[in-house]
Design a protein around this ligand. Structure first.
Ligand code: IPM
Ligand code: MG
Length: 367
């Protein structure tokens, strides 16, 4: 195998996943052909698509392929068809398994408001123009994975549902470190969110983040904010934020909210990065923040930009190709500049295009 060959695994998944990944594949093919890069592509079923075919949300074969890849590009998973399945068999379990087993603890979710799209936001232009926030979400701990968990019968035929929110010093410090390192390359400011007013684990989170800053990141401007207040401040004055650090659940919610500030959930990419293994390799998965959007599935109207920008993050964070990543970001921006809009970001005077038209236009701007 040539030494510069990189393995990329595509997991389109469900709903609009296949359409947005299809457009991203065009972009990857373009880089292979035009920039003589050696990306070796493979593809697998995940989520509902895997359930339909194999009866499980992810097969061992696909799981091992993901383990072996330099980057995984994930579309979306889930849909109403699978709502009634037993919890452990639901499509989402596949994604959570990948996050957990690949140790993808750091989820980066940039929320950038393109100047061409200030009008697509539901907030006033002056509130969102120039917005550039990075949400750093812890992804392998907290209430998503804590034990005990489950639903048990109790007396009177009633039931009791339990999930556990739990974090250790080590887990908090390693995600805070990621936030501090990234902030140091941006505007040096980190806002750490928790609910230390009601949760002991929130108190611990606040203390450990502060300790790490005091000991190792003295130059970072750190402030702490209760997560509910952060949700409110994101709507009131989002530009006060640079890097937002949050646990798994608060990060999930705050990133959806931040996404809408930028005009559409269809624009937000994300990177999930792992711990370095003994060979110095970091595993990674890239996915749009939006979900499977079953209501618009198969209509060729979804926005492929979030997934294409997720590949751009892969170029930057996993494939060591920062220049290529910037080139791709520029092509996306130029396409918006040209006035092309999928329906989710459509506004007066612009040209409404389909998913595949948007992909093609981005390719021609790459050229
Ligand atoms: C996300 C999604 C997932 C999550 C779901 C699909 C399991 O909402 O990536 O934000 O809750 O983490
Ligand atoms: Mg979410």
């Amino acid at each position: 195998m040539p030494s510069n060959q990189r393995k990329i695994l595509l997991l389109p998944g469900d709903g609009i996943g296949p359409e947005v990944v299809r457009e991203t594949k065009k972009v990857i093919d373009w880089f292979n052909k035009k920039k003589s890069l050696d990306f070796k592509l493979d593809q697998g079923l995940i989520g509902g698509a895997a359930i339909d075919e194999h009866g499980v949300p992810i097969t061992d074969e696909v799981f091992y392929k993901a383990l072996e890849s330099d980057a995984v590009i994930f579309g979306a998973c889930g849909g109403p068809k699978y709502d009634k399945l037993e919890f452990s068999k639901k499509p989402e379990r596949a994604l959570l398994k990948l996050r957990k087993e690949l140790k993808l603890f750091a989820n980066l979710r940039p929320a950038i408001c393109f100047k061409q799209l200030v009008d697509a936001s539901s907030l006033k232009p002056e509130i969102v123009s120039g917005l550039d926030i990075l949400i750093v979400r812890e992804l392998t701990g907290g209430i998503y994975f804590g034990e005990p968990r489950g639903v048990q019968p109790i007396e009177n035929g009633e039931r009791r549902g339990v999930n556990t929110h739990v974090y250790t010093t080590k887990e908090i410090k390693r995600i805070a470190k990621v936030a501090f390192e990234l902030a140091a390359k941006r505007n040096n400011k980190v806002t750490s969110c928790e609910k230390s007013n009601v949760m002991e684990a929130g108190v611990l989170w606040r203390e450990e983040v502060q300790n790490l800053k005091d000991n190792e990141y003295k130059k970072i401007n750190l402030n702490h904010m209760l997560a509910d207040n952060c949700a409110m401040q994101l709507l009131r004055n989002p530009k006060q934020f640079d890097v937002i650090l949050a646990d798994n659940l608060f990060g999930d919610m705050l990133s959806d909210e931040a996404a809408m500030l930028t005009g559409s959930l269809g624009l937000l990419p994300s990177a999930s990065l792992g711990v370095k293994d003994k060979n110095g390799r970091t595993r990674s998965l890239y996915e749009p923040v939006h979900g499977s959007a079953p209501d618009i599935e198969g209509k060729n109207i979804s926005n492929p930009i979030a997934t294409i920008l997720s590949f751009s993050m892969a170029l930057k964070y996993s494939l060591g190709l920062e220049k290529e990543s910037a080139h791709l970001d520029k092509a996306v921006e130029k396409t918006l500049e040209d006035g092309l809009r999928t329906p989710d970001i459509m506004s007066k005077g612009k040209k409404k295009v389909s998913t595949s038209d948007m992909g093609d236009a981005i390719i021609s701007n790459l050229n």
